[in-house]
Design a protein around this ligand. Sequence first.
Ligand code: MG
Length: 120
Amino acid sequence: MKKPKVLICDDEEGIRESLKLILSDHYDLILTESGEQCLECIANAKDIGLVLIDIKMPKVSGLEILQKIKEKRPDLKVIVVTGYKSVETATEAVKLGAAGYIVKPFKSNEILAAVQNNIK
Ligand SMILES: [Mg+2]
């Protein structure tokens, strides 16, 4: 059976690697490290089932990416990943249409549950 596709966007390689370890058995992953890359993937791949985005990134922030995704693909579910100190930003993300948020440092079961519950 084909694995559902998850698009990951985080500027930190360590975080991308942890997410890969947690999710790659169950999902087909696309790893990106910037907002530009993330939006490009969304424009080109129509079969993405869920997007996981880091909020704090250089240049384009996760919140901006989220808004752009929601303008183009309102149906596409987005979960934001945020640092401990920016829970307010996470709440803001939910207002902007995020399906949920995960606070770093995350546990693998939190990530798995969030993806499993929201993926199309
Ligand atoms: Mg970051």
